[in-house]
Design a protein around this ligand. Sequence first.
Ligand SMILES: Nc1ncnc2c1ncn2[C@@H]1O[C@H](COP(=O)(O)OP(=O)(O)OP(=O)(O)O)[C@@H](O)[C@H]1O
Ligand code: SF4
Ligand SMILES: [Mg+2]
Length: 383
Amino acid sequence: MAKNKNYLSGKEIRAIAKENAKVMKRLEAEKYRKADESEYLTEMRDSKNILEIDKLHTYFFTEQGVVKAVNGVSFDIPKNATVGVAGESGCGKSVTSMSVMRLLQGPTGQIYSGEIRFNAKEKSGEEKVYDIAKMPIRDIHKIRGNQIAMIFQEPMTSLNPVFTIGQQLDEVTFIHNPDASKEQAKEKSIEMLNLVGIAMPERVYNSFPHELSGGMRQRVMISMALASDPRLIIADEPTTALDVTIQAQILDLLRDLKTKIDGSIMLITHDLGIIAEMADYVVVMYAGRVIEKGTVDEIFHNPMHPYTIGLQKSKPTLNSDSDTLFNIPGNVPNPINMPDYCYFKERCAQCTKKCSGEYPEMIQVSPTHFVACHLYDEGQNDD
Ligand SMILES: Nc1ncnc2c1ncn2[C@@H]1O[C@H](COP(=O)(O)OP(=O)(O)OP(=O)(O)O)[C@@H](O)[C@H]1O
Ligand code: SF4
Ligand SMILES: [Mg+2]
């Protein structure tokens, strides 16, 4: 009888579990090791960047096999810039950001290889470059929650429902300044609420999270993220749970705050409209890889990868003369058994003979524009 490819035998499951256990044990031991700072101090490739993600591989070791959620991702976040990360659901946007924040759920989720170089600034003003991927988890407090802050999609899951907003905001002050008095903490909390445009800060300070609207909760989350003066804000779908007018206000707020902290933003969203409005650079991901990256102008006015072109066609526009949305046919390949050739091949209308060969290399088409597609290799018309 022919073997069903979707079915794993007991023997195969045991073999996967054994191999997974070995790798997870090694990676967990590295994560919880004690290490001297010199082990993870490094240099930036370009001093104009605040973050450089370099050949990052983040895997989940599941019972069915290894899910290569992030499979060799490289991109930079320049200082004072907003970088939009786009791509359809499941392409690895959140796993990339969770890797930068080292928030992956172990032992299953692990950074397998690659570098995440971050240009940190100490209180003294001294700059240091850390490879976040190599930092032991006990040292991560040096950057997480102070130098890099994260804003999540659904603030209700990030705020504690049993404490008032004031208690939670004061807590942030106490973490950064353990000697602060209660009055000083409250004063700082009210100041933070004012900063993010909350009209009645005193009332919000005494409220529980469920007593606030979604937009107000997101403002509170942003104020918490900003309390520590971060150099980089990672916002993962910060406005997806909000209605359109509130979305616009939150985006304005993010823009103002970027100027105020003189920092950078990594903005993750599947909404290309938000990217066009907010970002200086765009990274397009597909099935755990970057398939195109460039300035916002390059990606919107000269998209090159068939997937990026399809993504833009699938975006609703007011002036469109068609009443149906463009749909990219087909599915993303199974993340456990990724093919060796271009992952977009099964869905690509422009695929040539070359596309059945090796996965396409990243090709540089301008100083800032890169694309991974055989159409732009030399000698592309060889079919
Ligand atoms: N805990 C986990 N165990 C196994 N696989 C996981 C886990 N978390 C994420 N994945 C897989 O990693 C891949 C990337 O997921 P990720 O959450 O980064 O997608 P995303 O681009 O953020 O999508 P969305 O737009 O829906 O938020 C997906 O294939 C997902 O199934
Ligand atoms: S490499 Fe080939 S299959 Fe992949 S996107 Fe380019 S043309 Fe399409
Ligand atoms: Mg996500």
